[in-house]
Write a protein that binds this ligand. Structure first.
Ligand code: SAH
Length: 349
């Protein structure tokens, strides 16, 4: 029988999975720990570099496993210092990550899928449609390469999954990626510093809360079904009240809050009566609100409200006692801001 043996993508394995995999090759569990640590060191792309392993062990690893990497094919730097990396995957699809400098640290915005199936009306990624899931290694490698790119002495502290894709629609791969990102022998990100942003797929959201401690952000964008339904097709399956009921039920670590993201789109969801309704709807949820002035994109019809109006909308929420920040998106000039990542539409990156 002519069977091609699949090599294991070692960077897609959590530490526990790697230990089990090594045991299946007859190597002891502590080797799994070592291998895991090597795999997530910056600059490693071959077994030959893993000096703790004997030549025989390295040959064995090479015969059965691969060390995946991503190829950076473009770097775009915004005038505000934000940098967008475009990665080419093995099958010639493209994904994007964004390196966002803050005052004292750096935040990474990573992708979870190639394209997206959610079809939100305001988002450029939606125009690509869904192409495929990212593997755990493809998700975590974005962080590793961004860290190398930012410079190893830079404090890369936060990760937000607000790039391309809906993370909870790639649940199994995504949760493995989170485990690797937050493993102290992996990339060692603190759970408070990793934010999963979702359009609100309720069952997976609740499962996530049971399985792992991360920060949760919900893309709400409207307090009523009529408006939200027009903007986000997922609302037909998981309407606003159900989503907010799930948020009330979500297992939150002490002193944590759920972030609600609310894009402000002129004449669509930015009326002050909608702000008041939002206040009513969030009642009883430990919440904070991020208002995101709509980022205009080449193919999108919507417009951003003017600044005075954004401040009035914010005031309604502040007066009701909610921490409400206006998140000024960075990197707009290189299409690196929220909702502007689209791999490749009509020749844009
Ligand atoms: N699928 C996930 C994560 C990707 S979108 C989610 O829906 O949350 C990350 C954030 O960018 C979301 O809050 C999304 O609604 C927002 N976003 C999308 N398009 C935008 C645009 N054109 N302007 C501003 N924010 C946008």
């Amino acid at each position: 029988m002519n069977q091609i043996k699949q090599l294991a993508d070692l960077r897609s394995l959590t530490r526990k999975d790697l230990e089990a995999w090594l045991a299946s090759l007859g190597l002891p569990a502590y080797r799994g720990r070592q291998l895991f640590r090597w795999l997530w060191r910056p600059g490693i792309d071959s077994f030959g570099q893993m000096t703790e392993f004997s030549k025989e062990a390295r040959c064995l690893l090479e015969k059965h496993g691969v060390i995946n990497t991503l190829k950076i094919v473009r770097r775009l730097v915004s005038e505000d210092g934000t940098k967008k990396l475009v990665f080419e995957l093995d099958d010639k699809h493209y994904i994007e990550s964004v390196i966002i400098p803050e005052k004292k640290h750096v935040t990474l915005c990573l992708s979870s899928q190639v394209g997206c199936a959610m079809g939100c009306a305001f988002c450029r990624t939606a125009l690509m449609g869904f192409v495929r899931q990212l593997s755990p290694s493809e998700i975590v490698l974005q962080a590793l390469h961004c860290i190398e790119e930012a410079g190893l002495d830079t404090n890369v502290r936060n990760i937000v999954f607000m790039g391309m894709g809906e993370p909870l629609a790639n649940y199994d791969n995504f949760i493995k990626a989170l485990r690797i990102l937050m493993d102290n022998l992996g990339l060692d990100f603190s759970s408070r510093r990793v934010t999963v942003s979702t359009c609100g797929i309720i069952p997976q959201m609740l499962k996530l809360g049971e399985e792992i401690d991360v920060s949760l952000a919900i893309s709400l964008h409207a307090p009523d079904d009529e408006t939200r339904g027009k903007l986000m097709p997922i609302n037909k399956k998981y309407p606003v009240d159900d989503l907010l009921a799930a948020c009330r039920q979500y297992r939150l670590a002490p002193r944590r809050r759920i972030t609600f993201e609310y894009i402000l789109i002129k004449g669509v969801n930015d009326s002050l009566s909608q702000a008041k309704e939002l206040v009513r709807k969030l009642h009883g949820i430990k919440a904070k609100v991020n208002l995101i002035p709509f980022n205009e994109g080449p193919e999108l019809e919507f417009r951003c409200p003017d600044w005075q109006h954004i401040l009035l909308f914010q005031k309604v929420l502040l007066d009701a006692g909610y921490t409400t920040i206006i998140r000024k998106s960075k990197g707009r000039d290189i299409l690196a801001a929220c909702g502007q990542l689209a791999g490749k539409i009509k020749g844009h990156f």
